[in-house]
Design a protein. Structure first.
Ligand SMILES: Cc1cc2nc3c(=O)[nH]c(=O)nc-3n(C[C@H](O)[C@H](O)[C@H](O)COP(=O)(O)OP(=O)(O)OC[C@H]3O[C@@H](n4cnc5c(N)ncnc54)[C@H](O)[C@@H]3O)c2cc1C
Length: 402
């Protein structure tokens, strides 16, 4: 049975990260949002204290209750979501390698997604393309095997890639057999300094501006055979099965990674929502209108009551999904439910926070407008809200809802 009381280690970790968020992340948030630059000094500081790096991620992933990671992420994103993405973005590449790679590949490549505290690196997970975001079965990026050299040749353009072009390790999902759609795809590691990989345009974004998002262009990128995650034998067997069974083959690699990381993405949104709620509550107790603190007006008090309720509901769904991911797996799209609920709650709660702060809330002097901008990405990336509903609908109905 799931037990949602945090153990001593988890409580200590939560307090420690919260303090880091108070002391380091939040004071830097405004500056990096305005600069729209990757906050290397903050990520380096996180690495020095042990919050960014392989050990931290391994420790969090190794926890059997599943709660350590969402608890940690909520605190980091409570500090700031743009900086939070800069700290957590490499986790998607690490998850892509861990989810599809052999133990040897995991040992070789995951550490290189993080570097060391003295030489911090980042990783990128490259799936989306200009014409394939939600529909990841439709990737145009091709991977062709050059048997004579035991090399794979990658060609294509990836869009919207977190850490794209600035990463040490790029994990690229490409079509090996486009006819097979998602079941004909494989994941490849592109090692540091590989020729032919370059950064395309860097996007100017609505929110999480401190996080780097860019196109990744792959122009005859050659990687050794050992960079195919899972190995050639496993891929050949998978392709043969897919050709035999058609649509009933196993899930595509990108989808597997996204499924596993959904509660963590929900926890990001939750951190932003909680930040906005706490700020709005404090403000409502101080701000006086019509002779009393605005929290004494029921319209404002009820907003805050709804915000608190929705945040707790989102957290319970996230913790349940995180627990299930380690203990039996999802049955009714619980991972998607958690991400869907938390993202929508974050958008709504941050909007209500702006409302509670009135005109001040609409200015960049106060953080709530930034939190609203930052929250919005969560209904879009790693599966839009509509795609989460599709996953849930398919899980509960057993039908291929389109
Ligand atoms: C800041 C940022 C960071 C990102 N980081 C990464 C990253 O690191 N790696 C990566 O691979 N990708 C990344 N992405 C890409 C992201 O995952 C995609 O943008 C997202 O999946 C949506 O794809 P799309 O933009 O092509 O929208 P589309 O798929 O074109 O969707 C447009 C609209 O149509 C709806 N829609 C589409 N299909 C259906 C359907 N079947 N039923 C109902 N509605 C549907 C969608 O919900 C959406 O509302 C990032 C994006 C952003 C903005």
């Amino acid at each position: 049975m799931a037990d949602f009381s945090l153990n001593d280690d988890q409580q200590q970790l939560k307090d420690w990260i919260h303090q880091f968020a108070v002391d380091v992340i939040r004071p830097a948030a405004h500056e990096w949002d305005e600069a729209e630059e990757f906050p290397w000094p903050i990520v380096q500081e996180a690495a020095k204290v042990g919050l960014y790096g392989l050990d931290f991620i391994m420790n969090a992933m190794g926890d059997q209750t599943g709660l350590t990671l969402p608890v940690a992420i909520e605190e980091i994103f409570w500090g700031d979501a743009g900086i939070g993405m800069a700290i957590m973005g490499s986790g998607l590449a690490a998850a892509g390698i861990s989810g599809n790679g052999t133990p040897e590949q995991v040992m070789e490549w995951v550490p290189q997604c993080y570097g060391t505290p003295d030489d911090v690196k980042v990783g990128a997970f490259c799936v989306s393309e200009p014409d394939a975001g939600s529909d990841v079965s439709n990737l145009r990026t091709r991977a062709v095997y050059d048997e004579a050299k035991d090399e794979w040749v990658l060609n294509g353009t990836k869009a919207w890639i977190t850490n794209g072009g600035i990463a040490n390790v790029h994990v690229v999902v490409a079509a090996v057999d486009p006819e097979l759609k998602g079941r004909g795809q494989a994941s490849f590691v592109v090692p540091p300094g590989t020729k032919g990989l370059s950064q395309g345009q860097k996007y100017k974004k609505h929110g999480i501006k401190a996080s780097h998002t860019a196109e990744v262009v792959l122009d005859d990128v050659r990687v050794p055979g050992r960079c195919l995650l899972g190995g050639k034998e496993k891929l050949d067997a998978k392709l043969a099965r897919a050709r035999e069974r058609g649509k009933s083959g196993e899930a595509q690699p990108a989808m597997k990674t996204f499924e596993a990381t959904r509660p963590a993405v929900g926890a990001q949104a939750l951190g932003i929502a909680r930040a906005a709620y706490e700020y709005a509550l404090d403000y409502a107790k101080e701000r006086v209108a019509f002779g009393k603190p605005i929290v004494m007006h029921q319209a404002i008090a009820f907003k805050l009551a709804n915000m608190a309720t929705e945040i707790d509901a989102a957290r319970l769904l996230i913790w349940r999904a995180a627990w299930l991911a380690r203990n039996g797996g999802f049955k009714n799209g619980e991972g998607s439910m958690s991400k869907y609920k938390a993202s929508e709650v974050a958008v709504r709660v941050t909007e209500e926070a702006i409302q509670i702060l009135g005109g001040y809330g609409y200015t960049r002097e106060y953080p709530v407008e930034r939190w609203h901008r930052d929250a919005k990405i969560h209904t879009i990336f790693e599966g839009t809200s509509e795609i989460q509903q599709l996953v849930i609908a398919r899980a509960i109905s057993g039908m291929r809802v389109e």
